[in-house]
Design a protein around this ligand. Structure first.
Ligand code: GSH
Length: 210
């Protein structure tokens, strides 16, 4: 049985969405980040970077949420979430890398400098810079999606499941207000029956307002 370490609202949601989409059974192993469980030896043996999510499939351990998404999609080729043509695959990889480097990284800086780092390490000016950089890259994505239904090619692919989580994160930071196309795309993705809970819903379930 597949094992997934990490729970919502973390990037484990990227993996959970793929697991749902592919109809794969799995065991969910919560890792309490607030209690520092990710720094315990047992967890560090799985991911020396002390980060969730981690997927364990038999003797294989996969870290990095985007890599987990791609692995699961490759494991179930019949679902067609990896494009057939090398050109469309190149576009899928292009947008996954764009999402995790250009959009997620500023979002991560915002999170670190608003509530993750202790107050004395927080740099409020970096939050402003990160918001600006994120908005510039969201504008690129908004133009890319202007006449398309999916991130790459004309079929849903792993890039869309990565995008949905990343854009949901941007939405919780209220950074999608100037991107009507991305808002519509996000709504359509979360209307899928396999969609997991949103980041805001996960925080609300923990009693934390997003
Ligand atoms: N690039 C990694 C990032 C994983 C990551 O930073 N996960 C967060 C939760 S969303 C985490 O484990 N944070 C623990 C910490 O920063 O100490 C991925 O995409 O899997």
């Amino acid at each position: 049985m597949l094992k997934l370490y990490g729970t919502p609202p973390t990037r484990a949601l990227r993996a959970i969405w793929l697991l749902n989409e592919l109809g794969l059974e799995y065991e969910l192993h919560p890792v309490d980040l607030m209690q520092g469980e990710h720094y315990q030896q047992e967890f560090l043996a799985l991911n020396p970077a002390a980060r969730v999510p981690v997927l364990v499939d038999g003797s294989l351990v996969v870290t990095e949420s985007a890599a987990i998404q791609l692995y699961l999609a490759e494991k179930c080729p019949q679902a067609g979430l990896i494009p057939d043509s090398v050109e469309d695959r190149a576009q899928m990889y292009r947008w996954i890398f764009f999402l995790v480097t250009e959009i997620e990284q500023p979002l991560w800086r915002i999170a670190r400098h608003t509530f993750l780092y202790p107050k004395e390490k927080q740099l409020p000016q970096d939050v402003e810079l990160a918001k600006q950089e994120c908005l510039e890259m969201l504008a690129v994505l908004e133009r890319h999606m202007s006449e398309r239904e999916f991130m790459a090619g004309d079929h849903i692919s792993v890039a869309d499941f990565n995008a949905a989580y990343t854009l949901d994160w941007a939405n919780t930071e209220k950074l999608l207000e100037g991107s009507p196309r991305l808002q519509g795309y996000l709504k359509a993705m979360y209307a899928r029956p396999t969609a997991p809970i949103t980041i805001a819903e996960a925080f609300a379930a923990m009693g934390i307002p997003a």
